[in-house]
Structures are given as C-alpha cells and as structure tokens.
Write a new protein. Sequence first.
Length: 137
Amino acid sequence: MLTPFDLLMGFLGAIIGILIVFLIIKILFLLTLQKTFDAISRENRKMDSGQVWLLLIPFFALAWNFIVIDKLADSLKLECEARNIPIEEGRPGYTIGLAYSILACSFIIPYLNFISWMGSLVCGIIFWVKINNYKKA
C-alpha cells in the first residue's frame, strides 16, 4: 500500500520530470535563436547571439523576450535587405513574436493564465518555426 510520503515523492518526481522536459525545449528554442543571430552578418546583427541565454532567467525573461524579438526582427530585416531576399513582413517574425511575448506575460494574471499559456505555446511554436525558416534562408 502506498503511503502519503510515497505519493508525495511520486508527485514531486513527476513535477521535476516535467520541468526538465520544459527546460530542454527552452534550450532548443534558445539554440535556434542563437544560431539565427549567428547566421546574420555582424554589421546587420543588432544583438550579440549569446544574449539570448538571458531568457533562462525567471521573470527577467518576461521583459527580455520583448527586446530579443525586437532586435531579431530588425537584424533579419537588415540581413534580408542586404542579401536582396524578398520578405513578406516589414519586420520578420516580429508580430507573432510580440503576440508570444504578450501572452507569456499575461500568464501571471489569475483566471487568464491557462488561456494565455495555451496561446503563448501556440504563438511560440509558430515563432520558432518562422525563425528557423529565416535561419535557413
């Protein structure tokens, strides 16, 4: 028979496992951002690629995310213009990235957190795919 301690340890193990999975996904996302910044020539890069790792800092990342998305969109725009690559957006990835950031921030609002978390997840995946496609171009 399971004791309350066994149940607690199982619950904590599950929580730690979920956190590890989310951390791995976050690291893969940040690697994509870093490699995208690295693929942009230095004169068009508005931010050092290593600064994306500041997004691992809890709560600070909520504000830093806006800056990273802004600098990445400007850098991609300059790089596309320099390479004469046609772009569909004025600032590549900015709109969906901004939606992702706003929804991530609204996660702390009670009663909206689950809805905003789901929206943030969807927008984050779309942003990730879009940025990865720009990296390949």
